[in-house]
Ligand binder design. Structure first.
Ligand SMILES: [Zn+2]
Length: 410
């Protein structure tokens, strides 16, 4: 078999395309393959599929293809152009690549698999691409996926914000809590950030949203109020965010108490910060003895912790009435604790009581997408080297968007 025939098979080329020349450069570790079509072949206008004679050819260009046994492989061709009476002079489609791609479709598919399995730097290394080329492939895959996505609202929406860089740089994420996908990403965490998501839908479509889990963040709540009917029944303040406020309050109590004790030479709370942050059953066994001793010591921090832990039972009730009763008992205890950070946190929750109790109509939580949160965190960690927020967003859509990323195979 001649090498041109071999490469016609390897590239999966079909008539009218055939391989005219193959060049192997051992020194450069690469194979270059030129493909052509016979004279007088007719091609379709890419816009209307009318068959036309070739008008002229675009300048020759190269597409990166799957390696041939570790040799970088490039396909070269001059794409034919047709002069459509309706659409003017247009470049005909070539079967091995999507328009404007620098890669063949088969290479893009492989690259998407590799990028899905490791971080960008590792994928670029494996695929022998530059950092920018790897991002280019990811951007294209995400753009393709978003364009193909059918617009539909999830029944249960999760809204969350994530720090996207240093300081106060945030992005807003809208998740489908049932599918566990990230549906929409916007800059910052303003009302307009979330409005941008709802704006895509008709009122009829928006009526399909049954509930929205979120932090007690007024701009997000205002956006829901602006777009959804019966918003107050649909807003569910997210338990993991709520517990986060209490955990923070416990930590503030610990800091203050530790300062007071340390001033009197008592170091019993020193270095105990992380012990109080665990929920009870997650405390590692090696800390158990010290923690039990601290709890027995009648410290303010121990009381604050017990109040925090007790709030968690709120979400174990099935009925709203029992949940409300528990919350009221808890609120009384918390506000009579003489621990100011706990009192403040309890009052904040009380002001948002309706959004706590709506949990019993819609038992949803952003941490129901717990997998989602930890995966976003993993993307962020591997994103330390990302140069900008756009890369962070692209990565989230790429890995968590539930998108159809592949180009169609020829
Ligand atoms: Zn046309």
């Amino acid at each position: 078999m001649r090498d041109t025939e071999l490469y016609r098979h390897l590239l999966g080329l079909v008539a009218p395309w055939e391989v005219s020349q193959v060049e192997l450069s051992v020194e450069d570790g690469r194979v270059d393959v030129w493909v052509e079509h016979p004279k007088r072949t007719r091609f379709l206008c890419p816009d209307c599929d009318v068959e036309l004679a070739v008008y002229d050819h675009s300048e020759e260009r190269a597409w990166r293809h799957l390696d041939s046994c570790a040799f970088l492989t490039f396909l070269h061709a001059s794409a034919p152009r047709v002069a459509c009476p309706e659409h003017g002079v247009r470049q005909a489609r070539v079967p091995w690549a999507e328009p404007h791609s620098r890669f063949t479709t088969l290479f893009e598919r492989l690259a998407i698999d590799v990028l899905g399995a490791c971080d960008v730097a590792a994928a670029a290394g494996l695929l022998r691409l530059s950092w920018d080329e790897a991002w280019h492939l990811m951007d294209r895959a995400v753009a393709r996926g978003l364009a193909a996505k059918t617009l539909a609202v999830p029944a249960h929406v999760g809204v969350d914000e994530k720090a996207a860089g240093r300081g106060q740089d945030y992005i807003t994420l809208v998740c489908d809590l049932d599918a566990g996908t990230v549906e929409f990403i916007a800059d910052e965490r303003r009302q307009a950030s979330l409005d941008g998501y709802f704006e895509q839908f008709t009122a009829d479509q928006l009526a399909g949203i049954q509930a929205v889990a979120m932090d007690m963040w007024e701009p997000f709540a205002n956006s829901v109020r602006a777009y959804l009917t019966d918003a107050e029944d649909k807003i569910v303040f997210d338990r993991y965010h709520l517990m986060g406020y209490l955990t923070k309050a416990v930590d503030t109590v610990r800091k203050q108490e530790n300062r007071t004790l340390a001033a009197a030479g008592d170091k019993s709370l020193a270095g105990s910060k992380y012990l109080w942050l665990y929920s009870h059953e997650n405390l590692p066994a090696r800390h158990q003895d010290r923690f039990n001793a601290l709890r027995a010591a009648d410290l303010k921090t121990g009381r604050a912790w017990a109040i925090k832990e007790d709030l968690r039972h709120f979400w174990s009730y099935k009925r709203r009435g029992w949940g409300a009763k528990h919350f009221n008992r808890w609120y009384f205890w918390a506000t009579h604790s003489r621990l100011n950070p706990i009192i403040d946190a309890a009052k904040t929750l009380k002001r948002h009581e309706a959004g706590l109790l709506s949990y019993f109509a819609h038992p949803i939580t952003n941490a129901g997408a717990e997998g989602l949160n930890s995966r976003i965190q993993a993307i962020r960690v591997s994103a330390r080297g990302y140069r900008n927020r756009e890369h962070f967003k692209t990565s989230i859509y790429f890995h968590l968007g539930g998108l159809q990323l592949y180009p169609a195979t020829p």
